[in-house]
Design a protein around this ligand. Sequence first.
Ligand SMILES: Cc1ncc(COP(=O)(O)O)c(C=O)c1O
Length: 312
Amino acid sequence: MTPPDAPDRTPPADTVFHAGRLVPAHEASLRVDSMALRYGLSVFEGVRIYRLAGGGIRPWLLPQHLDRLRASLSAMRLPDPGVGEVPGVIAELAARNGITDDAYCRISVSADGPGLIGDEVRPVLSVTVRPMGRKRWLAGPDGMRLSVSRWQRPSGAVLPTHAKSIAQYAGSRIALAEAKAAGYDGCLLTTPEGNVAEAPTATLCAVHAGELTTPPLTDGVLPGVTRAWVLAACRDLGIPARPLSTGVARLRAADEVFLCGTGLEFAPVRALDSVTVPDWERRPVMSRLAEKYFAEARGESPATDVVWSSVD
Ligand SMILES: Cc1ncc(COP(=O)(O)O)c(C=O)c1O
């Protein structure tokens, strides 16, 4: 099994799919004058591949990720280069790269070829599949210390917030660098109204007196596939759950806070700025969700019905 907290390791035969061909990773490149680099024109998905209890592997929540990818293409006005072939490409790459355990697949569509800002785009589809195990927050007993950042998630008046576009991450990266320099493990981006939005690459969930809330999509957060799974799974588990705008004071009053997302899976939050989250060690709601998540992902129990949508 992939050891806990395994970094995204490169398989010996790192074959990737790029522009219609299976090639060694070092041969898959975009031009330096591509519109992707000039204007930040690239949308992507991160998909987990899980080892099944009964043997074999399976991309997890792939149809929902592909729905979001198509929505991202449409929002960013990029043509579809053939997203329908992604499931077959993933299977082929997993076989070529000898993937038999948990892995991470990145699918991107980028504006290849030179051009000026108003020019037509030539989209190129790229897919990578590489081993990835648990991050330290699930593998060990620790919890994250997060700061509430002065940096904001771009509002819907800046970029389409439901699009998973690389352009969204330029500011989040600065926010994360600032938080790390101040000794935190991560940060929460805010909204123009001063609410908390999400972490740079994960959804925020808070629990108050047994009720789970997560910032609503109208607050400009990415419509996370894991977020959609969490809201649906809470219904199955009888945990009250709803999207709700949350200010810093409300968040600080939570019994439990955690992050969730494809790459991170689940991560308990131990402290917000210098304030300790009371139930961070017991993390009762996150633990129930994580247990259900892995049972489903590994095919040990039927999968929750999850519909991805760009609106709540
Ligand atoms: C900004 C942002 N929010 C939330 C998430 C979690 O989304 P998902 O559960 O679809 O991975 C991600 C994941 O990459 C992200 O980049």
